[in-house]
Design a protein around this ligand. Sequence first.
Ligand SMILES: [Zn+2]
Length: 110
Amino acid sequence: MTGKRILREKKTAEKMTAIYCKANHKIDSGLCSECKNLLNYVQKRLEHCFFGEHKPVCGKCPIHCYQKEMREKITTVMRYAGPRMIYKHPVLAIDHIIRSLKKVPVLKKR
Ligand SMILES: [Zn+2]
């Protein structure tokens, strides 16, 4: 089952990709195929997140679960859409900022 935290992160990823795609890829509606791919990938990673409901923000996570190429793409999207999220989706944006200030869970070695 997908928890609240993960659902919210998926929604944030969706909004951010939409902001980025609309401004940079000039698609009439929805996402271009490249951004659709990226979003699918990100949402899959979220569903399989090692920390689940206790996940830190991805940028601070000790586990790097993204492929290099996808990581670079999403970083570009986040950098562009991040500041714009404050105006378009303040609740999601502020939630993310607050959580990025929280302590990152420590990975226990087994
Ligand atoms: Zn796009």
